[in-house]
Design a protein around this ligand. Structure first.
Ligand SMILES: NC(=O)c1ccc[n+]([C@@H]2O[C@H](COP(=O)([O-])OP(=O)(O)OC[C@H]3O[C@@H](n4cnc5c(N)ncnc54)[C@H](OP(=O)(O)O)[C@@H]3O)[C@@H](O)[C@H]2O)c1
Length: 192
């Protein structure tokens, strides 16, 4: 069975997503942006199921310890080096395919949506993965210094949706920082 895969990320104009293991705008907090992340990733469409979040080891450790694991979600951490899940994580997988296999086997009955939540290499893998994918992008309209980046979104492979249920369309602003929510969907390769 192939499940729709989702990724969610907030990016600076140069596609920067992180700096020194934190968000680029740290210590500024974008609380409503974070609420959007939580609403999208933690709300299953099927009652009684939970969504899965898949993340790289550095993204896991970028989450404040008190917020780990991300609640109401099954947290899978990817690492080639770790031999056991980091404290608090629900599952460890050695690569992206193994994580998806885990979702479709052991976790299949209780899982609804799959969300990739970072970092760079996982976004890249998701964007190149076969099947239908959606990218939930927050365009932060202010540049901060970044050392970690989102790969370019190819408009041959993804189209920007005019709107998406539950995702505000209008310009957002918090702490003097403007941003906009966008949703991209993979173009069905059979239709090209
Ligand atoms: N703006 C946003 O929305 C957003 C979202 C997420 C993260 N971030 C930021 O991005 C930064 C972290 O991202 P990052 O790209 O540097 O690191 P990352 O992808 O979170 O973590 C990298 C580590 O994860 C493991 N890993 C990644 N892909 C793997 C794969 N396919 N198979 C097996 N293991 C895999 C490896 O761990 P081992 O070394 O243990 O093998 C790798 O060294 C932080 O600054 C964070 O704040 C921002």
């Amino acid at each position: 069975m192939s499940r729709m895969l989702n990724a969610i990320v907030a990016v600076c104009p140069d596609l920067g997503i992180g700096m020194d293991g934190q968000l680029p705008w740290h210590p500024v907090r974008l609380n409503n942006e974070f609420k959007h992340f939580r609403k999208m990733t933690a709300t299953p469409s099927v009652e009684g199921k939970q969504n899965v979040v898949i993340m790289g080891r550095k993204t896991w450790f970028s989450i404040p310890e008190k917020n780990r694991p991300l609640n109401n979600r099954i947290n899978i951490v990817l690492s080639r080096e770790c031999r056991a899940p980091p404290a608090g994580a629900h599952h460890l997988a050695p690569d992206f395919s193994s994580a998806l296999r885990l979702v479709e086997t052991e976790l299949a009955e209780r899982t609804d949506q799959v969300w990739v939540i970072g970092g760079s290499s996982l976004y890249k893998e998701l964007m190149q993965f076969p099947g239908t994918r959606r990218l939930f992008i927050t365009r932060i309209m202010k540049q901060f210094e970044c050392d970690t980046f989102l790969p370019e979104i190819s408009l041959d492979k993804y189209r920007l949706l005019p709107q998406f249920p539950g995702v505000p369309h209008e310009l957002q602003e918090e702490n003097g920082i403007q941003y906009r929510f966008e949703v991209y969907e993979s173009i069905d390769e059979l239709c090209i």
